[in-house]
Design a protein around this ligand. Structure first.
Ligand code: AMP
Ligand code: MG
Length: 338
């Protein structure tokens, strides 16, 4: 299949041609990738079981890992769930559209493969003009996991999507690089509190302004609360080590591995980036938000042919740092303590 590349320049969103075409393809049961504020999503009509099945096939995603349904409005969100607890209405007022996904009892509107047969459905309203315009134009809930091959780093640019999915999907809407750069926070909405199933763009602190967070579920449970937890994620082509400590501590590990003949790339925030010497380096930026937005691009940058090892800094787990470290821990092959 030829993958149509549909480019949106800033002002083109008004003339709506690309948006209409993307919405038409989605309504016909085809797969279209589009930008959201978190990462690029791979969209399919969430009410069409066959269309949703194409997502699992194109990504190589395990069948038991449910998808997030994306909608444009609170009304549409209400249309997918059994009932909306009062505090969820408050969370929506505060953080939707935005990178927060609500897991709630499903009313069965979406196809059963969206929820992988669970009694709950994950829903969110993305905060991106292109995503919202497409959702409005097709007036359907759109199932949209990240538009990458399962296991690889999520796409934060249309070129990443093309690299992974060209000729497997009908179209890619190119709206430039995404903003947050990490996926949404997924919360299980219980009666009087929430459990964070995946840290993301909305922080625990932000949620706690409205409702207590009972737990942040950690990875690799025997029986995961969220099916996605048991799978490998975000892996670069070469081994990734996390090294605790300052520039000196990181330099020591780099030197040692270089002496063994390895080519080493370092991913680090600006300060450490400026101090460390290595074969390749990637500047993740001066604050945690920049680190979040650049991380997946960094993980995709270094290929097998160029380096043997990637070494990344350990970041503080405050605010968005919690999500950054969650992704890095899943991507790493080794953790070196100070
Ligand atoms: P992705 O689409 O790759 O961003 O991942 C969506 C995440 O939400 C995965 O970790 C899923 O396991 C999780 N998820 C989706 N639906 C549900 C649900 N009904 N219950 C619990 N977790 C869910
Ligand atoms: Mg994903």
């Amino acid at each position: 299949m030829e993958t149509k590349q549909m480019i949106i320049k800033n002002n083109e969103i008004d003339n709506k041609n690309v948006i209409r075409e993307a919405a038409a393809l989605l309504s016909e049961g085809e797969l279209v990738a589009f930008p959201t504020e978190t990462v690029y999503g791979l969209g399919a009509d969430a009410t069409n079981e066959e269309a949703v099945a194409k997502i699992f096939a194109a990504k190589g995603r395990p069948q038991d890992n449910p998808l997030i349904a994306h909608v444009a409005t609170v009304e549409q969100l209400r249309g997918l769930v059994d009932n909306l607890p009062d505090y969820v209405e408050e969370l929506i007022k505060a953080y939707s559209p935005g990178p927060l996904t609500y897991v709630l009892p499903t009313n069965g509107t979406c196809a059963t493969n969206v929820t992988a047969g669970l009694s709950t459905i994950a829903v969110r309203i993305p905060d991106h003009p292109v995503a919202l315009s497409i959702l409005q134009a097709c007036n359907l809930p759109i199932a949209a996991p990240s538009a990458n091959i399962s296991g690889k780093p999520s796409p934060t640019a249309a070129s990443h999507v093309y690299e992974d999915l060209q000729s497997k999907i009908a179209g890619i809407v190119d709206g430039g690089p995404t903003g947050v750069g990490l996926e949404s926070t997924v919360i299980s909405c219980r009666e009087n509190d929430v459990v964070i199933l995946r840290p993301g763009g909305i922080t625990k602190e932000q949620i706690e302004e409205i409702i207590p967070v009972a737990d942040i579920v950690m990875e690799n449970n025997e029986k995961p609360a969220s099916p996605g937890m048991k799978y490998k994620h975000y892996s670069p082509e070469v081994p990734l080590w996390l090294v605790e400590g300052n520039a000196e501590a990181i330099q020591q590990v780099v030197d040692k591995e270089q002496h063994k003949g390895k080519k080493v790339a370092v991913l680090a925030s600006k300060e450490i980036y400026q101090q460390v010497k290595a074969d390749e380096r990637f500047n993740l930026g001066g604050n945690l938000s920049e680190v979040a937005s650049r991380l997946y691009d960094a993980l995709r940058t270094f290929k097998e042919a160029e380096v043997d090892l990637i070494i990344a800094e350990v970041f503080p787990e405050t605010g968005i740092g919690e999500a950054v470290m969650n992704r890095l821990r899943k991507a790493m092959t080794r953790y070196i303590e100070q």
